[in-house]
Write a protein that binds this ligand. Structure first.
Ligand code: ADP
Ligand code: MG
Length: 227
């Protein structure tokens, strides 16, 4: 398994008590799979991604990435695992307004070092492979919502992650554009051998995914797909 959560518990303070965001969650995704996590607002989906993405450490339980227990790592070790093995795509594409599509991607590896020319050509190759060959030098305001999400996805692939964590990538898109983005995630999971975890409200695209989980009040269960 590329990413595994075992018996993960996460609570937040809630007045005099605590709110259980992850209630002993078990979850595993293998490479080359696209898995969807659905469920109502406030059920713990983003918390699941935060724990899987090593942004929050669970109170108990473990997280394994690539078979390695990363639960007890120091903050700096976690940062290294995140940079080398994980990719993130958020609901809003979080692109910088002043940068071209290519520059958005270049920025990522500049932060971690890397040769400018090879980084630039890798950025352009990645964007082209996601259907953005004509948009390489456009800035966010010159892109459609779907194109901006593609740039964000391309950016998340710059470090060649083994796990991609995607939070509601289609919430700002229409039906057709949403389907294109989910199909793109399904393809890239297979072609790039990545475990993709996609949180989504969008039940119309679940026929494109390998597995569906449902979250309710911090409890995660495997759903029956009826596509
Ligand atoms: P979802 O992504 O499914 O909407 P979240 O994981 O964001 O759910 O939140 C799960 C529950 O935890 C919600 O009740 C939310 O209000 C609460 N919560 C999330 N983050 C925090 C926080 N930092 N502090 C306190 N409560 C939080
Ligand atoms: Mg959320």
């Amino acid at each position: 398994m590329s990413i595994t959560l075992t018996d993960a518990l996460l609570t937040y303070p809630d007045g005099d008590t605590r709110l259980c965001a992850l209630d002993h969650v078990n979850f595993a995704v293998d490479r080359s799979k696209l898995v969807a996590v659905t469920g109502p607002s406030g059920s713990g989906k983003s918390s699941l991604l935060a724990v899987a993405g090593l942004l929050i450490t669970p109170e108990s339980g473990t997280v394994h990435i690539g078979g390695v227990d990363v639960t007890g790592l120091s903050r700096s070790e976690r940062t290294t695992v995140r940079r080398e093995q994980l990719g993130f795509v958020f609901q809003q594409s979080n692109l910088l307004a002043s940068l071209t599509a290519t520059e958005q991607l270049q920025l990522i590896t500049h932060l971690g070092g890397g040769r400018v020319r090879s980084v630039r050509s890798r950025a352009r190759d990645l964007l082209a492979s996601l259907g953005l060959e004509k948009e390489l030098d456009r800035r966010p305001h010159q892109l459609s919502g779907g194109q901006r999400q593609r740039v964000a996805i391309a950016r998340s692939l710059m470090n060649d992650p083994s796990v991609l964590l995607v939070d509601e990538p289609t919430s700002a898109l229409d039906e057709d554009r949403s389907r294109e983005i989910v199909a793109l995630l399904a393809n890239l999971s297979r072609e790039r051998d990545v475990a993709v975890v996609m949180v989504t409200h969008d039940l119309g695209q679940l026929d494109l995914v390998d597995d569906v989980y449902e979250m309710h009040s911090g409890r995660l269960t495997r759903a029956q797909v009826t596509a």
